[in-house]
Ligand binder design. Structure first.
Ligand SMILES: C[S@@+](CC[C@H](N)C(=O)[O-])C[C@H]1O[C@@H](n2cnc3c(N)ncnc32)[C@H](O)[C@@H]1O
Length: 222
């Protein structure tokens, strides 16, 4: 599907799929959403400085991965980051988004490009704090490795309006199994049916204040 670059409320860019009228991030602020939801309510939930293993549903532009890489560098925390994507984005479009201009860390530009250019289905060490693997495929067909459990799931699919099949109780049961005890699933979505699916999968559900333009976001705790 065709993708168009648009500016969002905090001046960071995102991609719009005009046919679906769906954006990759909040039109009120792409960077602001990534920081508020996935960094502040996600990574920051764990306060003990222990290594974190993160699974992201929907690698897309890699903005959440970039936020996590920057977090690992600035907090000196080891992050093992696994992400899945079924429709990779061309690197020319990624370069146009210019996300690394929004950060000040050293080497972020080349490291972020590596996230995109490294082969799929292959674990790679980006630096001493950040280990990364992206899986090419659909979340519905993903078979998690029984030995690999995650502390944190970034659930960043397109919304239930356009992809209801990605917010079901079946998928939430799978997400629950992939987490360590005490692990969390964090998402920008606060739809009622989705939250009931999280509960029926076994999660304790928390409603948290959303970023600008959104009342609430959701955290599921195992
Ligand atoms: C809301 S976008 C978020 C992207 C990303 N987190 C970012 O920061 O750019 C959702 C992403 O999920 C991907 N996606 C859609 N359906 C999928 C599926 N069934 N399995 C894996 N990824 C999927 C889309 O291609 C898109 O990149």
């Amino acid at each position: 599907m065709n993708k168009k670059i648009i500016a969002t409320g905090d001046k960071s860019k995102t991609l719009l799929i005009p046919e679906l009228n769906e954006t990759y991030h909040s039109s009120n602020g792409a960077l602001n959403e990534a920081l508020h939801v996935f960094r502040d309510a996600g990574l920051n939930y764990f306060t003990n400085n222990k290594p974190l293993s993160v699974f992201e549903m929907g690698f897309g532009t890699g903005l959440n991965a970039l936020v996590s890489l920057d977090y690992a560098n600035t907090h000196a925390i080891k992050i093992n980051y696994t992400t899945i994507e079924n429709t990779p984005i061309d690197i020319a479009l990624i370069d146009e988004l210019a996300y690394t201009n929004l950060f000040t860390g050293t080497n972020l530009k080349s490291d972020y490009r590596k996230l995109h250019l490294e082969p799929w289905n292959n674990s790679v060490r980006i630096n001493k704090n950040f280990e990364f693997e992206k899986i090419l495929g659909k979340i519905q067909e993903y078979i998690p490795n029984d030995h690999q459990k995650f502390d944190l799931i970034f659930y960043d699919a397109f919304g239930p309006r356009v992809q209801p099949e990605l917010w079901t109780d079946t998928i939430m049961q799978q997400m629950y199994k992939m987490l360590n005890e005490g692990g969390i699933l964090i998402t920008y979505c606060a739809q009622g049916q989705f939250k009931r699916n999280l509960k029926s999968a076994g999660f304790t559900v928390e409603n948290l204040p959303g970023p600008i333009g959104k009342r609430e976001i959701t955290r599921g705790i195992k």
